[in-house]
Ligand binder design. Structure first.
Ligand SMILES: *Cc1c(COP(=O)(O)O)cnc(C)c1O
Length: 403
């Protein structure tokens, strides 16, 4: 930056630092106030010492802050921390997870380009592609996440971008990211991975060969259900385009939210480990219960992609789904009988949540599309939080008793 201030010893030397150290310290550049915690720059614009300095900053001749739609030091600290944790050259923060997906596709695709999307992505992602991007002449095709032959066959000469979510929501299906990355490279397409469910603690898609990684920071990065935000990370060549889109079109991240996410990242590993441990315990317990017909969790040996999950991820995540007896009525009775767990579709919170996907997150799909996606009326999703696992189990037992 342009200040004459030299932070010197006040900034940490992070050469060769591990993920936990980066999560706590990367991206922090101390000001002349020598603050220990990250500074929150709640400002929309910046001042200059003279008209000449203003002119030089506006023209780009001298680097420095101009306006917080372009740059903000707190947002930049969050971007640098995420880039360090994902092993990316650069990260760009956005106002929400959807803004991250929008900015990526709008900045990297043009009319006439073809995009491949895994079939089981987040609902709003499907709407973004089908309702909006198609209107601007981007061709979109959907591919079943777990079928390598279908991916192979789906590419066209104009396939520019491949967008996947692994693990998927709510059935925890996976794609072999390294294998798909090789295919994308051979076909000249960019591989984008929505890493929201794993976070860089459990999965680092860029190290597996993906080109771009996307997060809804709203979920585990915040971790306590307070703020919306998103981030895109990858090579400088592509991030330059994403920055250009954001500066002009405006879905930039609020500095307050960036500050909250910085603090969230510091405890991300500990939280993810606790989420995973509780989800594993509950998945194993649910699998033994009469009334539970099937449990979907990659940490179970019964999951068809358990081995791939072990290879590709450092943990199995916080989200599990299960089918109960009694169809939709059974699922609703189960949900209504809980007294501790929150009935809400959000996830990545310290508070455990319970959802009926067929009538909420996936309610707008046609019955046929829902069947194709494997979302049965009897399916319940639980995003496991940080409460005592015994209390969560007791609450789910109330649900089972109501079946
Ligand atoms: C929530 C979510 C999004 C969208 O993020 P917002 O912050 O709500 O805009 C995208 N992808 C996945 C996998 C999500 O769970």
């Amino acid at each position: 930056m342009t200040t004459e201030w030299d932070a010197g010893r006040l900034d940490s030397d992070l050469q060769g630092a591990g993920l936990d150290t980066l999560a706590v310290r990367a991206g922090q550049h101390r000001t002349p106030e020598c603050e220990h915690g990250e500074a929150l720059f709640l400002t929309s614009s910046y001042v200059y010492r003279s008209a000449a300095e203003a002119a030089a900053r506006f023209s780009g001749e001298v680097p420095g802050n101009v306006y917080s739609r372009y740059t903000n030091p707190t947002v930049r600290a969050f971007e640098e921390r995420i880039a360090a944790m994902e092993g990316a050259e650069q990260a760009v923060a956005t106002a929400s997870g959807m803004a991250a997906i929008l900015a990526t596709v709008m900045s990297l695709c043009s009319a006439g380009d073809h995009v491949l999307v895994s079939r089981s992505v987040f609902g709003a992602t499907v709407s973004l592609f089908d309702k909006y991007l198609k209107r601007f002449g981007v061709e979109v095709d959907y591919v079943p996440l777990t079928e390598p032959a279908a991916w192979q066959a789906a590419f066209k000469a104009n396939t520019r971008l491949v967008f996947v979510e692994s693990p998927s929501n709510p059935l925890a299906e996976l794609v072999d990211i390294a294998e798909l990355a090789q295919l994308c490279k051979a076909k000249g397409a960019l591989l984008v991975v929505d890493n929201c469910f794993c976070t860089p603690v459990l999965q680092q898609p860029l190290a597996l060969g993906a080109d771009i990684v996307i997060h809804s920071a709203t979920k585990f990065i915040d971790g306590q259900g307070r703020c919306l935000g998103g981030v895109v990370a990858g090579r400088a060549e592509q991030m330059k385009e994403v920055v250009g889109f954001l500066r002009t079109c405006g879905p930039t991240l609020s500095p307050f939210n960036a500050w909250l996410f910085l603090k969230g990242l510091e405890t991300l590993r500990l939280r993810m480990q606790a989420h995973c441990a509780s989800a594993q315990a509950l998945a194993e317990w649910l699998e033994q219960q009469p009334g539970v017909e099937r449990v979907y969790y990659t940490g179970l040996a019964s999951h068809p992609q358990h081995e791939l999950a072990k290879r590709q991820q450092k943990g199995f995540g916080a989200v599990l789904s299960f089918e109960v007896s009694g169809g939709k009525e059974g699922a609703w009775r189960f949900i209504d009988a809980t007294r501790l767990i929150s009935i809400t579709a959000n996830l990545g919170d310290s508070k455990t949540t319970i959802t009926h996907p067929a009538t909420t997150t996936h309610g707008r799909l046609s019955p046929e599309d829902r069947t194709n996606a494997g979302i049965r009326d009897s399916l319940i999703r639980v995003a496991v939080g940080l409460e005592d696992v015994a209390d969560l189990q007791a609450d789910l037992a109330r649900g089972l008793a109501a079946l």
